[in-house]
Write a protein that binds this ligand. Sequence first.
Ligand code: NAD
Ligand code: UDP
Ligand code: UDP
Length: 343
Amino acid sequence: KFSYAHRLGFGSGSPTGKIPLALKRKGLRIVVTGGAGFVGSHLVDRLIARGDSVIVVDNFFTGRKENVMHHFGNPNFELIRHDVVEPLLLEVDQIYHLACPASPVHYKFNPVKTIKTNVVGTLNMLGLAKRVGARFLLTSTSEVYGDPLQHPQKETYWGNVNPIGVRSCYDEGKRTAETLTMDYHRGAGVEVRIARIFNTYGPRMCIDDGRVVSNFVAQALRKEPLTVYGDGKQTRSFQYVSDLVEGLMRLMEGEHVGPFNLGNPGEFTMLELAEVVQETIDPNAKIEFRPNTEDDPHKRKPDISRAKELLGWQPKVSLRKGLPLMVSDFRQRIFGDHKVGST
Ligand code: NAD
Ligand code: UDP
Ligand code: UDP
């Protein structure tokens, strides 16, 4: 069994066990599970750009080859079709574990598969991290706070989650994934990092994933009414994907386990979001009210003081700046100009 520092050729020689920044830049071997998905593919772009070797592990449930095709032919890039519920043998330095459907429509499609992915999939990737001494980062979610009774949510809040509801496969699944991560850390000495990601949007989101930003943008472009669920007064905080990727990389490279909230504290009601979409795409877009889904959290907004202080991170892209970047990608994909891998 090797330690993370050992893997980088620095184990026994380092009195502190810490890895100097210069060595880290040598080019790591990194696995990104779920790397063909929305967030994963943007992360892969950044890792490849800085000179790392990246192995994407994805079963293509919600991910697409188009998201990573622009790396095909690059010797630093490998794509493996694999389901993380099955064991996997690889030799790597870091594991970014993203594999899991993220949109409610996708994760409710096969709830048992979702919880298996979160529990067995995370167990396997932690087993892998333990065996090879890799550092492991879990992408958890703001959903661990459930329908929060604390606002904004701090990492110290334990949450208000329905264990038997239709969202439980995802939020209880992620809570268990966090538990496993901490138990491998405490019990087996695995170096771990936990990110709690708040709603994120940007280019390469699935057009039909049912999430509110992708729905509104696609609807406005197609001249369909924007579907607001419930009274539209529920709130969310929307983070642009490049801010998230920066946060994930800082967390992985930093010295702190977390958990860390990674999100944009700008808070919007769904009606306000609809207005921003109208301003950005079509001021004449109509709004149509629909019944809300079960167990929908009423409000959500990250307290990011911990990430600010310990990771020196905060989001840079406001909703009004980020939305147009996503709109041009959606326009191309909806109206047939298939420029693959574009951002
Ligand atoms: P996504 O659906 O675009 O990406 C998930 C990827 O995981 C897809 O490529 C999918 O094919 C793959 N995958 C799913 N199950 C798998 C399995 N069993 N084996 C191998 N691959 C599998 O979603 P995303 O938005 O990119 O989310 C990435 C991660 O971030 C997820 O873990 C998600 O829970 C977390 N997260 C995302 C958000 C957000 O707003 N996007 C918010 C909170 C947390
Ligand atoms: N595992 C894996 N790849 C590895 C090492 C382990 O997929 O390189 C899986 C292994 O099959 C097991 C899980 O990770 O299901 C947990 O492994 P661990 O060694 O922690 O537990 P054990 O195998 O002793 O139950
Ligand atoms: N929502 C909406 N219209 C849509 C899709 C979603 O009003 O077309 C609402 C949904 O009820 C929720 C919020 O938008 O209150 C965010 O939903 P999403 O599925 O994007 O993410 P969640 O934060 O619930 O995981």
